[in-house]
Ligand binder design. Structure first.
Ligand code: HEM
Length: 420
């Protein structure tokens, strides 16, 4: 029998009871905690957020339906990151998004990212030297900060053609306040937080950088591509700013957190280091893949339903907020046996991975999937292939997760480093 959305026989998704939501509100619980309860109601389940209904979606075929098969029915709107990213490619919609994505896409294919090898290699060498020194002197390093510096250095070199300075790194940390102030789940009608001061600090760095790169027309970084698009009147000055900010932040916080989680896992289960090294590049990529299964950095990908629909047999109404979540899919015991265990060998044996669309999507799915997925994997691989054989960090603290827009370690990851 085929259901049509208006058919009264189509049931609404199971819902978390209002009493549970009220108790959660009273406790001042986190969004993550609330969604954990919603998930218990089913892999497609509903919760009322006052001004709108949210539907948490972790069932693979439903995730695939939303993100890949019907992106026109489930759109990005009033994006959480819009106060920072403006009209950049991550937050843009419709025709504007399409032409921005078209401009950037060719630099991020398997072939396209080859031009960034020297940038990635240069940044990896810098981090290696830093750890070399730490291994000699015994100084305590904050791994989260070192890995963030590396990821920023990589994207900065790719965009501007030059290494990032410590001053620029410090100035751009204003983003921490932005990320933790933005709502994890966007709700229509919410007043956005006032981020004027933080955004102004970031904009000052961006303006200085754009002026510098504008003054040297021979550069071959991606910022030059954006400036050429501006000259051809495809981009405005504002859009150059928005795109640069988008690429800087989408392009480094995510990879940095992935690498930090990976080191936290290796600290708890050190034998996986030797296991990965025995298998070379494939072993290293399996460590990254398993880290992203357990900590898919973009753990929630919200969409708005533009029309009524039937999703996995349930009714969805126009205006609903749809929360696809790799966090919950990747930890579903029906899909991933022993889901909470860090087992990188799942990714070297195809028989141990669930097949089918929507079972594993740390980089999203469909037309809005991550632009930088191959870039991120290469950038992580190059660094790890240098650091893993040479150094073993001993962690002095092991922060748990903070579930902001991204899931990242809740604090610094101090460690001493010794030569392997
Ligand atoms: C491990 C690292 C990374 C992870 C886990 C990750 C994850 C994601 C995910 C899940 C999305 C889709 C969000 C959605 O559908 O709502 C996304 C989009 C995006 N990512 Fe990444 N990302 C990573 C690294 C990067 C890097 C290195 C870059 C740039 C160099 C980048 C640039 C982007 C952009 C521009 C978009 C928006 C694409 C669009 O809407 O057309 N990401 N990322």
């Amino acid at each position: 029998m085929t259901f049509v959305p208006s058919d009264p026989a189509v049931p609404a998704p199971p819902a978390l009871s209002p009493a549970h939501v009220a108790a959660w509100q009273e406790r001042g619980g986190s969004v993550f905690e609330l969604l954990g309860r919603v998930r218990e109601a089913g892999p497609v389940a509903r919760v009322s957020l006052g001004s709108a209904d949210a539907v948490l979606v972790s069932l693979p075929e439903a995730v695939h339906h939303v993100l890949a098969l019907h992106p026109e029915r489930y759109v990005k709107r009033s994006h959480r990151l819009a106060p920072l990213f403006g009209g950049g490619v991550l937050t843009a919609a419709g025709e504007a998004w399409r032409s921005q994505r078209r401009l950037l896409q060719r630099y991020f294919t398997g072939q396209g990212i080859r031009r960034f090898e020297p940038a990635i290699g240069g940044a990896a060498e810098r981090t290696t030297q830093l750890w070399e020194r730490a291994a000699r002197t015994g100084e305590v390093r904050d791994l989260a900060a070192d890995l963030r510096f590396y990821s920023l250095d990589v994207i900065w070199r790719c965009l501007t053609g030059r290494p990032v300075t410590h001053e620029t790194y410090d100035e751009l940390r204003a983003v921490d306040a932005v990320i933790s102030a933005l709502p994890v789940v966007p709700r229509p009608g919410d007043t956005p937080p006032d981020l004027t001061a933080e955004v102004a600090r970031i904009d000052a760095v961006v303006k200085r950088t754009v002026d510098e790169v504008r003054a040297e027309p021979s550069g071959d970084g991606l910022l030059r591509v954006l400036l050429d698009a501006e000259q051809a009147r495809h981009y405005t000055e504002q859009l150059v700013r928005d795109e640069l900010v988008t690429l800087v932040f989408a392009g480094h916080e995510t990879t940095a957190s992935t690498l930090a989680w990976l080191y936290l896992f290796l600290d708890a289960e050190p034998h996986w280091r030797g296991w990965a090294l025995d298998r070379g590049a494939d072993g290293v990529q399996a460590l990254v893949a398993e880290t992203l299964r357990l900590y898919p950095i973009a753990w929630l990908m919200p969409r708005y339903a533009t029309e009524d629909d039937v999703l996995a047999g349930y009714r969805v109404r126009a205006g609903d907020i749809i929360l696809t979540s790799p966090w919950f899919t990747h930890r579903d015991p029906g899909l991933w046996p022993d889901p909470d265990a860090f087992l990188p060998d799942r990714f070297t044996d195809p028989a141990r991975r669930p097949s089918g669309h929507g079972t594993y999507y740390p980089f999203g799915l469909g037309p809005r999937a991550c632009l930088g997925a191959q870039f991120a994997l290469r950038e992580a691989g190059v660094l790890l292939e240098r650091l893993l054989p040479a150094f073993v960090p001993t962690l002095l603290e092991r922060p748990g997760p903070a579930f902001d827009i991204t899931v990242h370690p809740a604090g610094p990851v101090p460690a001493t480093i010794r030569r392997a």
